[in-house]
Structure formats: C-alpha cells, structure tokens
Design a protein around this ligand. Structure first.
Ligand code: ATP
Length: 363
C-alpha cells in the first residue's frame, strides 16, 4: 500500500528549516501528489529567492527522509521561489547557485515578448492523444534542419513528453541560481517541466502554480537568439492557453487533429478559442491521416478520411500538412529521435511544413 497524505505531511513536519519552523507549519508544500505506486511529488514554494536557495540545499535531505516513509517508492521535489527573478547584480555568486526552480505564483505583467525570441508559434489540439507533442518535436527539428534557430517549450505541464521525444532527460543547469539553461537536442533548445520532475511522478498543479511555472519557463530561461519558439500546449482550451496568450504575444497557432469526428469537434473549439484570444490560426495539421501497410503497401483510413480538409475549408483556414499514421513515427518518438531528424516521406512532410512556415515569414 502506498503512503498516505498524512504520513507524508507528518514526515515533512519533522524537517527543521534554517529560518525556523518546518515546511508544513510554514505552509510551503504545494501540489502534493502520491501515486498508487508510491511516487510522491510536490513543490516547496519559498517566499523569496534566498529561501528558495536554502530549500534547494535541503532538498536531498527532505527526499531522503520521505524515502523512509513506508509505502514510498520514489520522491520528487521541486523548489520554487515566489519572488520575481532578481536582477543580475543580486544573483547568487558562482558556486553557490541554487538548483533550477520552476513554479510559483504568476506575477501580474502585461503581455511581453520572450527576450531573444523573434516569433512564437503554439501547437495545439482540442483533444488529447492526437499527436500534438509529436508534431511539435518534429516541426522544431525540421525547422532547425533548415537553418532556423529554434526553441521548443513543452507547456504540456500535466503530461510533459518532450524530454522523451527529444531524447534528453537531464536537469537543466542554472549557473546563477536564478535562470535556467535550455537543453540542446537535435539542434533545438528545449525546456520542459518534465526535466525537473521524476518522469513517473504525477503532476498536480493548482491554477496559480501552473501559471507561475509557465511564466518562468518562458521568461527565466536563457533562450538566446531564436528565430522561432514552438510551444507544445496541453490539449484542450484551458488555463495554460489563456495565460500564454495574455502573458506573451503568440504569433500564430497550429491546430493538430486526427480525421476522427470527435477530434474535429474539439479542434473546432480550439480554433474558436484562438479567435477569441486574437491569436491567428495559421492552419490545421492532419495527423494519423492514412495508414500505409508496411507489408502490402495498401492504404487504409482507421480514423476516417477527408475530415480535416473539409473542416479547414469550412473554418477558412489552410490545411498545412497531412502526416500518415506510421509505426516508425511512434518508435522514433519513443526512442528520442524524432522522425524528422532522418530521411523519408514523413520527414519530407515535416520539411515541407517547415518550408511553408519559413516562406510565409512565420518561422
Ligand atoms: N503519425 C503518427 N503515427 C503513429 N504514431 C503516432 C503518430 N503521431 C503520434 N503518434 C503516437 O501517438 C501517441 C500520442 O502522441 P502525442 O503524445 O504526440 O499526442 P498528444 O496529442 O501530444 O498527446 P497528449 O494529449 O497526451 O499531450 C504517441 O505514442 C506518439 O508516438
């Protein structure tokens, strides 16, 4: 049996904090999640950057203490600081840097550009599982192969899959304890909450925490000079999408759908949401459009046929790409080398999508 919430809180209340009290009495514990398998994850939210550094230093001790609680199989703690990034002069001295922190309450701020990033494209879907993350990773790689300087931000906070798809899973460096360095993979600079968390841990973020995490991943990452940032949004039409459009200027949205009616209904909702947020929808991408049998070469349409093209016409938006359903797309994603990194008809479909965006001045 896995540990209970009260077991975890009891263990946490035995941890003495340098500034006095314990994480429970000081109300620092956020988004505590315990999976059936006994994986415990939560966020320790510090009041300011200095306390954040102190908590980060204490993190190994906290994780070790919780690992002793019966039923706990793994512990994943993320520390955050609620205060905005300190100016460079106040940064931690070299060698004293705290680890990367992601989360915290959002800071009220008008929409602002992400420093160094020329354009932002959001990849969205109305429904989960239609291949939005796969499209984001492949498009990012295809653009990089055409010489663009590309950032990939995994905003799919509840199910961050870019570390797996891009084949990188190391904690990002934070040399100054305030900002994070993106990780490089296949010529793309990537940041994902998945790099901070145990891959098996459930992420249960409350609204404000979620917005804070998004804000930090956009503005407290040293993205460098980038021609385009691809944002892999969570499925649906929720808080992250809204907050993204409010916090920064999204130049265009790409909506991914399978040809299935049920996916298309949700895609329509996503298009409607972007219209209300005044984010231009650049077009639809049909994923898993046709299945080509690897044995006989015969074509079939497991999710229907023609639906996305018809929907695009109805909504007055272009159909930008049709990506077949192919086993190698999944195996490439699972292996951490997106299919667009190699040669073949599917890589060419992504290359054509990238060329079109570059030609249209969107990437
Ligand atoms: N064209 C394709 N052919 C075969 N498999 C695919 C294709 N596109 C995506 N997949 C596979 O389908 C699964 C779901 O894809 P993906 O994670 O990209 O979807 P998603 O829309 O981002 O899902 P979520 O809503 O969970 O974020 C993955 O295993 C992926 O490898």
């Amino acid at each position: 049996m896995s540990a209970s919430r009260s077991d975890i809180l009891a263990a946490l209340s035995r941890i003495a904090l340098p500034a006095g009290g314990d994480p429970v009495s000081r109300d620092l514990v956020r988004a505590l999640g315990i999976t059936e398998g006994g994986v415990v994850s939560f966020v320790l939210e510090a009041a300011d950057a200095a306390e954040g550094r102190a908590l980060e230093a204490l993190r190994p001790e906290i994780e070790a203490a919780l690992a002793q609680v019966p039923g706990v199989t793994r512990v994943s703690v993320v520390t955050t600081a609620a205060a905005p990034a300190a100016p460079a002069a106040a940064a931690a001295p070299a060698g004293k840097a705290a680890g990367p922190r992601i989360g915290g309450h959002p800071k009220p701020a008008p929409a602002q550009p992400v420093p160094g990033v020329a354009r932002i494209l959001a990849v969205a879907s109305g429904k989960g599982g239609v291949g939005k993350s796969t499209v984001s990773a492949n498009l990012a790689v295809a653009l990089a192969r055409q010489g663009r300087r590309v950032a990939l931000l995994d905003a799919d906070i509840h199910g961050p899959s870019q570390p797996m798809m891009m084949g990188v899973n190391r904690r990002p460096a934070s040399p100054d304890g305030e900002t994070l360095e993106p990780v490089e993979a296949h010529g793309v600079a990537m940041m994902s909450l998945g790099l901070m968390l145990d891959p098996d841990a459930a992420v249960i973020w409350r609204g404000p925490m979620l917005m804070g995490a998004m804000q930090q991943m956009m503005f407290q990452v040293n993205w460098g000079e980038r021609d385009v940032m691809i944002i892999d949004l969570p499925p649906g039409t929720g808080d992250v999408q809204l907050s993204m459009a409010q916090k920064t200027r999204v130049d265009g949205a790409l909506v991914v759908s399978t040809p299935q009616d049920v996916a298309l209904i949700d895609a329509r909702r996503a298009i409607d949401m972007f219209a209300r947020l005044r984010v231009p929808v650049l077009g639809l991408i049909e994923n898993m459009s046709v299945f080509v049998c690897p044995h006989c070469g015969g074509e079939s349409h497991p999710f229907g046929h023609g639906g996305v093209a018809a929907e695009a016409q109805k909504m007055g938006v272009p159909l930008l790409a049709e990506v077949p359903l192919a086993l190698e797309v999944r195996t490439a994603g699972d292996a951490g080398r997106p299919i667009a990194a190699d040669e073949g008809p599917i890589a060419e479909a992504y290359a054509a999508l990238a060329r079109g965006l570059i030609a249209g001045g969107m990437a």
